[in-house]
Design a protein. Structure first.
Length: 241
């Protein structure tokens, strides 16, 4: 494991049938620079390398019938056994617990995370149970495999690591950090296509600007994410109580 001045860097180990998909977009921009500088490390493992027959079979038909194929527990187990060296083992699946910013922060505090990417109809449940895999979903939609979801999960975590984002205070003003969506942003030119910038942002009055941004964040959350708004109101009421 690569070492930094602060000790072992945050390491992601990804188990996939398509390890060549990594680092993909994470090899660019802030995440890519941090990867090159050793702020974090990435290990991609080819699950197919653990197949036991000459055809390198990793899947089979599901018991009980039905369409599609299921990833074999013996092959996946061998890949996990050879690669999982502590920390959470995450399986990305639409039926998992919805990922939120709080869990992302917890994962960023771990020294390493192992991510299992499924394909076909998914992975045999027995191997997930045997390894106590944490099932996580990125939303109510279905992807062709776990790899795109793994990239998104890692991106969310990596940007929280010390030294990745230039102005770390900006991380505290993002969507979800305080239970709200983020307020709208504006920059130059001051007049664009006949549209101006809200006057309060030009006032230089920091307290009024802060209050305006808070109000905007609350309004956009109430309109677009009533589920978040209800939790925010409940938490605020509990504090007052």
């Amino acid at each position: 494991m690569t070492e930094s001045e602060a000790g072992p860097v945050w390491t992601a180990t990804v188990l996939s049938l398509f390890p060549e998909m990594f680092p993909g977009p994470l090899g660019h921009s802030l995440a890519g620079r941090a990867l090159a500088e050793g702020v974090w490390a990435l290990e991609s493992v080819d699950i197919r390398a653990f197949a036991r027959d000459k055809h390198r079979s990793v899947d089979d038909t599901p018991f009980g019938g039905g369409a599609g194929m299921v990833m074999r527990p013996d092959v996946v187990d061998a890949a996990i056994a050879a690669s999982h060296r502590g920390g959470p083992l995450i399986y990305l699946t639409p039926r998992g617990r919805l990922l939120d910013q709080a869990r992302v922060r917890e994962l960023a505090a771990e020294p390493r995370v192992t991510i299992l990417c499924g394909r076909f109809e998914g992975v045999d449940q027995r191997v997930l149970d045997a390894h106590a895999a944490e099932e996580i979903s990125l939303g109510d939609f279905v992807l062709s495999g776990g790899e795109p979801a793994a990239l998104m999960l890692m991106d969310a975590v990596v940007r929280l690591l010390p030294g990745v984002v230039g102005k770390e205070e900006s991380l505290t003003e993002e969507s979800f950090e305080w239970g709200l969506l983020e307020y709208p942003h504006y920059t130059r030119p001051q007049i664009w296509a006949g549209r101006g910038v809200p006057e309060v942002l030009l006032s230089g009055h920091h307290e009024k600007i802060r209050a305006w941004r808070q109000c905007q964040a609350e309004e956009v959350t109430r309109q677009r994410r009533p589920d978040l708004w209800d939790r925010y109101v409940a938490a605020d009421t509990a504090k007052e109580g």
